[in-house]
Design a protein around this ligand. Structure first.
Ligand code: MG
Length: 281
């Protein structure tokens, strides 16, 4: 299979009616905006070309992410940011979870997302109907995890239903140069390991995942930009590119972030249609 072809920003702008953009490794890093990102977004705004930023973050509100980008000169309004946390509104509506008792792991913005979705917040040591893992931060880790696990076991033992959801399925996040951290998806994997051990014949006891590479976040992004003639520009094969391929839209890998692929060994599900060096001219 030939390597994905290299494209320019001009070609992408001409070819697609709309764009979905990853944030970290595409528009910014912890250190600041990536070269050319501000000019690229300015161009999309001037052309009135619809775009959305898709981020797996469920610990910060879209307005917080938009403000951070704007402070770096990247003019993304809050309504153009789709976080995995914001998908809880649609998820709760589709699954009839409004007014259900919800235990939430995460900082205040994660709790805000659940309230916005119509959930009723209860402590983790109580008999909750829904467990939402919003983030790995914002709580006393082991005691809270243990309390949630004990409540979960008690509920399942007596035959009651439970709904498990983790908006951000990421396992690891880059915390800086050479530094990494466990992300929310790792917590879900811990619960799933414990559930599989106690209930080996209940394989359905797993978390619903909403963020990239799962399709709900792409569906919401495409709904907001109002066209399917769009490409996803991302820096990570396993999330951005895999998800775009699953969602049935073109994926473009940008060279300013995580993935530096060897195309000879990259499976089809992870292959973009094209590569872009970066937004800098
Ligand atoms: Mg990224």
């Amino acid at each position: 299979m030939p390597d994905p072809r290299s494209v320019t920003v001009d070609e992408l702008v001409d070819r697609y009616e709309g764009m979905l953009l990853d944030a970290y490794g595409v528009l910014l890093t912890e250190a600041g905006p990536l070269p050319g990102a501000a000019q690229f977004v300015k161009r999309l705004n001037e052309l009135r070309k619809p775009f959305c930023v898709l981020t797996n973050d469920a610990a910060k509100l879209p307005s917080t992410t938009a403000r951070r980008l704007q402070a770096m000169g990247v003019d993304v309004p809050a309504e153009r940011v789709v976080t995995s946390g914001s998908l809880l509104v649609g998820h709760f509506a589709r699954h009839g979870l409004k007014d259900r008792s919800c235990a939430v792991l995460g900082p205040p913005d994660s709790v805000h997302y659940v309230l916005e979705a119509g959930g009723r917040i209860v402590p983790v040591h109580s008999d909750f109907e829904v467990l939402v893992i919003g983030d790995e931060s914002g709580f006393d880790f082991i005691p809270t995890m243990d309390a949630a696990l004990s409540s979960l076991f008690a509920r399942i033992d007596r035959g009651a239903a439970v709904h498990l959801v983790v908006p951000n399925p990421d396992l690891v996040y880059p915390a800086g140069l050479g530094a990494f951290g466990f992300a929310a998806g790792t917590l879900a994997a811990m619960f799933e390991g414990a559930l599989a051990l106690r209930y080996p014949d209940r394989p359905e006891l797993t978390f619903v995942r909403l963020g990239k590479p799962h399709t709900p976040i792409y569906e919401e992004g495409l709904r907001r930009i109002g066209t399917k003639n769009a490409c996803m520009i991302g820096d990570t094969l396993e999330t951005d590119i895999r998800g775009a391929n699953s969602a049935g839209i073109d994926a473009v890998l940008i060279g300013t972030g995580v993935s530096v692929p060897d195309w000879a060994t990259t499976p089809p599900a992870l292959r973009p249609v094209a590569t872009l060096t970066g937004f800098a001219p």
